[in-house]
Write a protein that binds this ligand. Structure first.
Ligand code: ASP
Length: 134
């Protein structure tokens, strides 16, 4: 996956996701990436781009569920994204990058690692693969 989420200074959100699909996929398979609400989603609260096993991401409506938990349960972006990845999708299947209208960033994953990066206009940046040391 190459997934990107962005928010501008006015809180406008965007999400874009691209993929080559999974190795040995069935001919004609369409994964989660182009399915709005599964691999890609943005509304006025957050923008989300997911990676991993498309079948799990579609079943879990992963990207939309992050926004829905914020909308209907009042969770923060971090809480919503963590809930979806760690409580609502099978271990080893999913990761996502997400940003809220306020500029909060969440990049949880339930796989061994996930290539990810984040940059802000004030010069902050981070690049990681493995989970943060605890
Ligand atoms: N989510 C993609 C798919 O299942 C694979 C990936 O790029 O992570 O098609």
């Amino acid at each position: 996956t190459v997934g990107c989420v962005a928010v501008d200074g006015n809180g406008n959100l965007a999400s874009a996701t691209s993929t080559g699909g999974l190795v040995n996929k069935m001919v004609g398979r369409i994964g989660d990436t182009p399915v709005i609400g599964a691999g890609t989603y943005a509304d006025t609260r957050c923008a989300v781009s997911a990676t991993g096993k498309g079948e799990a991401i579609i079943r879990g409506t992963v990207a939309r569920d992050v926004a829905a938990l914020m909308e209907f349960k009042g969770l923060s972006l971090e809480e919503a994204a963590t809930c979806v990845v760690h409580e609502r999708t099978p271990k080893g299947t999913v990761g996502l990058v997400a940003v809220s209208a306020k500029g909060e960033v969440a990049m949880p994953f339930n796989t061994t690692g996930m290539f990810r990066a984040c940059a802000t206009e004030d010069g902050y940046s981070e690049i990681s693969i493995w989970p943060a040391a605890t």
